[in-house]
Design a protein around this ligand. Structure first.
Ligand code: AMP
Ligand code: MG
Length: 415
């Protein structure tokens, strides 16, 4: 039995970033850029006004005060998209809108709200008064403020977020090289399983794992395919795993991973490829099988839903992320006070479904009543797992600080 950290390293060691493809920027949300991206022009291409107001040289307003306002004639108007290339004389200014190019003859903008119109309506032909000086460059956004032409704006390895999609669009980048999404085969094994569309007959249950695991795969950026249920039969499972290993980037099975009479995944991996791992020091989910078949990673998760889910989230997800070029593999953790005491009965590292909340003293965590490894429901209703470390069985007291891992929050986030 190996530690969770060793299991993760072992699996990470068997995968590499996949091939590179080009994606339109809207398909880049949350994905890793596989190349340095540059802007073709300065962003913004020209100095422009940050406010609706009046443009002039700051020196024209020197000494302005409520008692001795500086009055200027409005000689032109520059809306966004227009251009004013003329002179601005000593007693003159230009009406300007947000985003409009700053005239070359001006160096500053004063917003409307603090300018008094003394003659006319404030538009061309009017006279306006300034009751205070303005700082050189006030309300002006410099040319190239966000990016210079030719400058790298997103580096290879960087995750592109929604704002980044806009940044790229502004810089003229509409397509981006990224790592291909891993194609993940998902195989449920068990002679008791029927599809969710069926009402199970006596002794049968619905295959819920494949759908949770496909959902986890999508959440990890992968492209899952739910393959047909494989009954508990060595030859049948072997054939399905071998065929999947030939076609997909990663094969995930659930069920039949322990030592029962009808548990075949370890034997299948050992027989068809190389078996590298069988058990991990965690609960739920000790029986975690991993190996390589035909060069493809094959992971045999346990059948119990919570155990399968945890194995996927803790060990498979980091591997699928590495295949897509991500460099963070650790979900955010926080320390929280236990809302009630709990007995740890097993020396393994225990993951308990729980709900984290915040009060005046910090984080408080309440364990779900039902910790059965056979259930998805309590995970759906929880927002974290409490991690009770390896070691002697003991009581964790109310108020004791415990580590909580937040499985719904991206790895990059620091809490
Ligand atoms: P196993 O690991 O095959 O011994 O299965 C452990 C438990 O998980 C049994 O109660 C199985 O019926 C259940 N189980 C196995 N596969 C699935 C699945 N795909 N969906 C839901 N439950 C499952
Ligand atoms: Mg089974």
């Amino acid at each position: 039995m190996i530690s969770l950290e060793d299991a993760r390293s072992l699996v990470l060691g068997q995968v590499e970033p996949l091939g590179i493809e080009e994606a339109p920027i809207l398909d880049m949300i949350g994905r890793v850029a596989a190349e340095d991206l540059t802007s073709d022009i300065n962003i913004s291409p020209f100095a422009n006004s940050a406010m609706d107001g009046f443009a002039m040289r700051a020196a024209q307003l020197e000494g302005a005060s409520p008692d001795a306002p500086v009055e200027l004639d409005v000689i032109a108007e520059v809306p966004a998209g227009a251009w004013y290339g003329g002179e601005i004389g000593e007693g003159q200014c230009v009406r300007i809108m947000t985003g409009a190019p700053l005239p070359e003859a001006a160096d500053s903008v004063v917003k409307y709200e603090i300018v008094d119109v003394v003659l006319g309506d404030g538009r061309v032909g009017s006279r306006v008064a300034f009751t205070a000086p303005t700082a050189l460059g006030s309300c002006v956004r410099a040319a190239g403020e966000e990016a210079k032409a030719g400058e790298v704006i997103v580096h290879a390895g960087e995750v592109v977020h929604s704002a980044g999609v806009g940044f790229l669009a502004g810089c003229g980048v509409t397509r981006c090289k990224t790592y291909r999404r891993p194609r993940v085969a998902i195989i449920a094994t068990g002679s008791e399983l029927v599809e969710p569309t069926e009402v199970p007959s006596q002794g049968k249950i619905r295959n819920s794992n494949s759908y949770a695991l496909a959902a986890c795969a999508i959440d990890a950026g992968a492209e899952p395919t739910v393959l047909p249920i494989s009954p508990d039969d060595f030859e049948g499972l072997r054939a399905e795993v071998v065929a999947a290993a030939a076609e997909y980037d990663f094969v995930v099975t659930s069920g039949g991973a322990a030592n029962g009479d009808y548990d075949f995944i370890k034997k299948v991996v050992d027989d068809a490829g190389e078996l590298l791992m069988t058990t991990v020091n965690m609960r739920p989910g000790k029986a975690q099988t991993f190996g390589v078949v035909d060069g493809t990673p094959v992971f045999g998760l346990p059948g119990n839903p919570a155990a399968a889910y945890l194995g996927f989230e803790m060990i498979i997800r980091p591997a699928l992320r590495k295949m897509q070029g991500y460099s963070h593999f650790e979900r955010p953790h926080v320390e929280a006070r236990l809302a009630a005491s709990t007995k740890k009965k097993d020396p393994r590292r225990i993951f308990n479904r729980a709900t984290l909340s915040k009060d005046g003293e910090g984080y408080l965590v309440t364990l779900a009543k039902n910790q059965s490894s056979g259930l998805f429901g309590p995970i759906q209703k929880s927002n974290c797992f409490v991690v009770l470390p390896e070691g002697e069985a003991r009581v964790f007291e109310e108020g004791e600080l415990v580590d909580c891992v937040l499985l719904d929050i991206p790895e990059e986030v620091l809490l």
